[in-house]
Design a protein around this ligand. Structure first.
Ligand code: IVH
Length: 714
């Protein structure tokens, strides 16, 4: 199917391969339209059509996060490519600040100023100390009191024109208050309050959209939206703290200028203060550091600026930073607390992730009760134990980390943590892949943490492809405990027969649709072996590998028997993994199949080593028949449909559309999507519509599915 044709398929029904193809096509198309719109000012499609493309891409990425690339349009809308915005040259460059981390660095900063200005001591020198807001800097140009342009910092010389977006920020006046310089470039920080950030993330998550790692990312992503309507809905704020080009001074000192900016209608930080000595600067740093957790916004330090502008001018700049100001940075926010328990979460793909359950503690204004421990090795490396006192860090990000344990606070009876080798959700063995740090549950078919994902895969287009059993229905049946493993799909009718009314009322499907579903399920009680193998969702066994296995083993009985044998051999000889022939005969046979390496063979063995999986497989095989791969006849000669044009319409019951097509083609026919006078046969399935009518009109040869199968000798 062409990628563009896929767009009518619900995203929940796409296979990974299809999604990949569609993702690439969508991304290219979106880039093309962005270019037309933003650079050439000549859009070819309506905004609504464009939005639909973006929405579809978002949906695809929400379901297949592995497709999200750094240059994906979704990542560049949140933070649009500079290409998406017009470039703006800053009349006065937007520079950055030098950093101080320790008290000595602050001494160095002050001493250098004293020396540079040829002063005897710091006496008489004044500084303004301000919080350093953790957002992104913005330059806003006002002409005669009116906002005319706003730009991001960019590389300092050239930024992006975000005027339309900035006009939507309530805290930024479109018109200045009272008399203002004819020309004024106000500079400051766009940021988001922590509480607004959490609420935004919650809304994003509920809508299935991207969540942000921290308030800064959220602010940046929101400001650099290509659609100002989106920015308008984001809770952005702004603090003014400096300026660029201006037609007349705002004051004689930084302090006066801040007062003036406030009078003109800007927010300035309430925490700013005048300091007269090195000690006052350090006191300020300590005080703001203590207030930091209770401030409504994130800060990453404080900024010291020489107050008198004439002195600032004399001090001037180094290459990229002023001599008259510096940033005094805070370390990442940390706190001590007790680790009550290490619990294990099982992800959709079976990965076991350790999580630290903490005695709740406030870190940087946020209550933290859990922190990630990443993986088994990380726990061992830090020797983290249950009952330990640990240091928790929030480095601007939402997910806190465990930095270290406090050795002297360890309880005498604390035991080294033993990572489970069984899945806490389903009890299946959890194995660690060679060379990887992740341990995975092998109970794919039965593990509740993975079940929905496995079932989704099982009924996917390239697997069982059961009509009317998409992901939403699977999810619903799963939640209602009606379908927990693949075999349950095939026993559903038997189990529900007596209570069909209840099923109808509990699922909200019509009686007819339930009956159709049962028929569609029945139609899949015979399935080609390769599809069957693929449907099991064994790690690394994709469609191609499933075909190789089906071809090599021919029947499902033979395949399962040999796989069980191989798994048993490997379990008995785990050290011989590198030399298949030493492990055993069935294992060696599996590894000898061209294109199946040891790593794939091991994943297959892990699957078969797990009792739960073997049981689930046996249950399934009681319900259906996996048939030898269909081998097309060597020559289409003698086929009654060789060289003929065939059209299928309506729903077929014994096979899917693609199978019917492949079969007709293997018999030498050409399968077409539309009916014309050139069509030789029209095969009419259930609920056929206009094509059947047209065939009738043209007097073409029409056949039912049954007649067709008899005709081609199936
Ligand atoms: S003054 C010439 N004041 O920190 C220097 N910057 O690391 C002009 N920042 O790019 C900057 N709060 O984005 C200044 N009170 C504050 C600030 C502040 C945050 C940011 C700003 C700047 C970066 C430098």
């Amino acid at each position: 199917m062409a990628a563009s044709a896929l767009r009518t398929v619900p995203v929940s029904d796409l296979t990974l391969d299809q999604a990949k193809a569609e993702h690439d096509a969508l991304a290219a198309e979106i880039r093309h339209h962005r270019d037309l719109y933003y650079r050439k000012d000549a859009p070819e499609i309506s905004d609504a059509e464009y939005d639909a493309l973006e929405r579809r891409l978002n949906e695809v990425e929400a379901r297949f996060p592995e497709l999200v690339t750094e240059d994906s349009p979704t990542q560049t809308v949140g933070a649009a490519p500079s290409a998406g915005f017009r470039k703006v040259r800053h009349a006065v460059p937007m520079l950055s600040l030098g950093n101080a981390f320790a008290a000595e660095d602050v001494d160095g900063f002050v001493d250098q100023i004293v020396r540079f200005l040829n002063m005897k001591s710091v006496d008489g020198l004044e500084f303004v100390a301000e919080p350093k807001i953790d957002g992104l800097s913005l330059s806003i140009r006002y002409e005669n009191g009116e906002l005319v342009q706003a730009a991001t910092r960019g590389d300092g010389t050239e930024g992006e024109d975000v005027t339309a977006n900035v006009r939507t920020i309530a805290e930024i006046p479109n018109k200045l208050n009272g008399p203002a310089p004819a020309l004024l470039d106000v500079r400051g920080e766009v940021y988001m309050d922590r509480s607004d950030f959490f609420a935004l993330n919650q809304r994003q998550a509920e809508a299935g959209e991207k969540v942000f790692a921290n308030p800064r990312n959220a602010a940046a992503g929101s400001l650099r939206q290509l659609d100002p309507k989106i920015t308008a809905k984001r809770p952005l704020r702004f603090f003014a703290y400096t300026w660029g080009e201006l037609s007349e001074p705002l004051g004689a000192t930084q302090w006066e200028c801040l007062e003036r900016l406030k009078a003109l209608g800007f927010q300035v930080t309430a925490q700013s203060t005048l300091c007269r000595s090195r000690d006052e600067l350090l006191d300020y740093y300590a005080r703001i550091g203590a207030e930091r957790p209770s401030l409504p916004f994130d800060i990453d330090g404080v900024v010291y600026k020489v107050n008198r502008l004439d002195l600032q001018e004399r001090l001037g700049f180094r290459t990229r930073t002023p001599r008259w100001a510096t940033a005094h940075k805070f370390p990442a926010e940390q706190a001590r607390t007790i680790l009550r328990k290490i619990s294990i979460q099982v992800g959709r793909t079976g990965a076991l992730t350790p999580v630290a359950e903490l005695e709740p503690i406030t870190v940087g204004g946020v209550v933290v009760s859990r922190a990630t421990l990443h993986n088994e090795d990380e726990i061992a490396r830090k020797d983290v134990r249950e009952g330990d006192t640990v240091i928790v860090q929030r480095a601007g990000d939402v997910i806190p980390q465990i930095v270290a344990t406090v050795a002297e606070a360890r309880p005498a009876d604390a035991q080294p943590y033993v990572f489970p080798d069984h899945c806490p959700e389903c009890g299946s063995v959890a194995v660690r892949e060679e060379g990887g740090a992740v341990r995975r549950c092998t109970g794919g078919l039965v593990c509740p943490a993975q079940a929905v994902e496995r079932l989704r895969h099982f009924v996917g287009r390239d697997a069982f492809d059961i009509e009317g059993l998409g992901i939403e229905r699977i999810q619903l049946f799963f939640e209602q405990d009606r379908i927990r493993q693949p075999a349950d799909i095939f026993t559903l009718e038997r189990r529900e027969e007596q209570r069909i009314d209840r099923l109808v009322s509990m699922t909200g499907f019509g009686r007819k649709s339930v009956e159709n579903l049962f028929r569609a399920i029945d139609a899949r009680r015979r399935i080609p072996l390769d599809r069957f193998i693929f449907a099991l969702g064994i790690r690394q066994v994709g469609e191609a590998t499933a075909k190789l296995l089906a071809r090599a083993y021919r029947t499902v009985e033979h395949w399962t028997e040999r796989m069980e044998q191989a798994a048993a051999e490997r379990a008995a000889n785990p050290e011989e993994m590198k030399k298949p022939e030493l492990v055993g005969e069935a294992y060696a046979e599996l590894c000898a199949i061209e294109q199946i390496g040891i790593s794939v063979a091991d994943d297959i063995c892990d699957f078969f080593a797990e009792t739960h999986n073997r049981e689930a497989l046996a249950n399934l095989l009681r319900e259906l028949e996996a048939v030898e791969e269909y081998v097309p006849p060597r020559a289409a000669a003698g086929s009654p449909i060789a060289g003929k044009t065939v059209v299928f319409t309506g729903t077929l019951t014994t096979m899917g559309r693609s199978e019917a097509k492949a079969r007709a083609e293997s018999l030498g026919a050409k399968v077409s999507g539309s009916v014309s006078a050139k069509t030789d046969f029209v095969i009419i399935g259930a609920d056929a519509g206009s094509k059947a009518a047209k065939a009738q009109e043209l007097g073409l040869r029409m056949m039912s599915e049954e007649e067709w199968l008899a005709f081609i000798g199936g």
